[in-house]
Ligand binder design. Sequence first.
Ligand code: FES
Length: 309
Amino acid sequence: MGNGGQANKPVGKVMVVGAGIAGVQASLDLANAGFYVHLVEKKSAIGGVMAQLDKTFPTNDCSMCIISPKLVECGRHLNIDILTLTEVEGIQGEPGNFHVDVLKKARGVDMSKCTGCGTCLEACPIRYEPQMPEMERMARTAYAKATDEDAVTAIINRHRDKVGNLLPVLLDINRQFNWLPRCALEHVADELRIPLAEILRVASFYNAFSLVPRGKYIVNVCMGTGCFVKGAPRLLDRLERELGIKHGQTTEDFMFSLELVRCIGCCALAPAMRVGDDTFGRLTPNMIPRILKSYVESYGIEEEEEAAG
Ligand code: FES
């Protein structure tokens, strides 16, 4: 790092680029050794992929239990300067005397005032506004399907008098609609007298909840280490081609949503995927069309049965 123009007088500063678990651990080790660390991360938060995982491979230990204490320590360490939404643009100099140019992106939040309370979520005009015309249409259709207030009220009533009822209520609504419609969350806020910001904070924390419309069948392709090395990327490629969507998207008819997960707990069957509650293992790309077809057919039968009353 630079030393304020005093050439030949290196100071104890280092820069760590990338704040995944490796970057965070390196920063802590360096900071504890007495170096002042600039930790650069291009995303808005530190922790990287590990912070999004449920379990770690191969021990199945809880990811957050491992990484959370490190994140907290990193955030509080006086020797660590965290630079999020920042990218390295150029490096000049030589060992012991580097000058690094970084580009810090606008955050839209005054970090000196933000306490992380989450209240701004409620007023945010962007978060739930679909960004694409296609998404806008999809969201409108799904909202229309989800205006069944009675169904939401019935769910709330099932859990109304229980302690800690927010999570079960959200789980049941998510199960009913396959996502958490905004109107349903507002209804929960009114009925349970819980601030909407608090509900959104819980809803956006867990991967199990979706705040955008999803299809009837959620296809989860395992991208954990075991499945990845056994060909999961080829499965994903075939699924994307068959469904005509990318992962993270939903088909136009709301039949399938395609998502990625890290380990679904059956590594011996790798590569594996889950469709709804069904698990498929030892898959090859050629098996994908047949599996998808079976769901399309069973959907048709369900529809006919519903129509027949
Ligand atoms: S890595 Fe464990 S099921 Fe895929």
